[in-house]
Design a protein around this ligand. Sequence first.
Ligand code: NDP
Length: 286
Amino acid sequence: MAQIINGKEVSAKVRENLKKETADLLESTGICPGLAVILVGSDPASQVYVRNKHLACEELGFHSFEYKLSENTTQEQLLDLISVLNKNPKVHGILVQLPLPDHLDEQSVLYAIAPEKDVDAFHPMNVGKIMIGNYEVLPCTPAGVMELLDASGVEIAGKNCVVIGRSNIVGKPMSMLLLQRSGTVTICHSKTKNLADICAQADILVVAIGKPKFVTADMVKEGAIVIDVGINRDENNKLCGDVDFESVSPKASLITPVPGGVGPMTITMLMKNTLRAAKAQNGIKD
Ligand code: NDP
């Protein structure tokens, strides 16, 4: 039976360190990390995410700037707000909660955020830096996965790593981070042939596709490390991942559950990026 990677526990430890680091920064320099979160419209899931980000700021002692804009906000109004926040020295990180309403152009909004304040690491400048391997901020979910692997003592170098999913926010950056740590990485997607065979070669399997319980035991090698990024609802409306936990966990050596695996890491990594951004913007070396 696989050992469970407990994301809640790892996240709590990282937050404890961030809280201490934040208090030290404030005491020694008077700088308090500030995170601005912009929510356009009233999507219920987004409201929950924004609230959780605010609570995380409170927990760690960050300044939290919340902007709840109406569904009818224009592109120009949103870009104006970003421009103001870009210039505000108390704001070190800016996050626009996605998805945006259809009439807004997501790409130009994300590109308008100053790269040094882009704590989601979605700006092409930061994406490029990740590709090169010389980065200050990492996209939160893949960074959370790396933190979980490290906390579990997993050696990545030389391992066969298979990532299912090639989205810009999870699959692609995830693959880059594993490659930088000298994993031998295969990226799979909806057009991949013989997916089950490729997955069965994986020492480390990261699944980010958004299909409930898609990965079954026959697709997993005995003793594999299985990281489930998916957040879905099953037929009984219960939260579940992209991996069929029940059948896969007896075969894996380490596995993340859903909920309680990758999920708790994402906001914690956002906080880590914001603290790092606050230091960098004030010329303080990490
Ligand atoms: P996207 O929908 O953007 O990407 C899904 C990827 O999966 C695509 O690359 C797609 O391939 C691939 N895919 C879909 N179906 C198959 C299939 N049958 N076989 C192989 N590949 C397939 O999703 P995201 O990357 O944004 O998110 C993935 C999951 O992770 C979701 O459940 C999401 O809720 C969750 N998530 C969780 C987070 C967390 O904090 N834990 C944060 C972000 C996401 P193709 O490119 O060919 O279409």
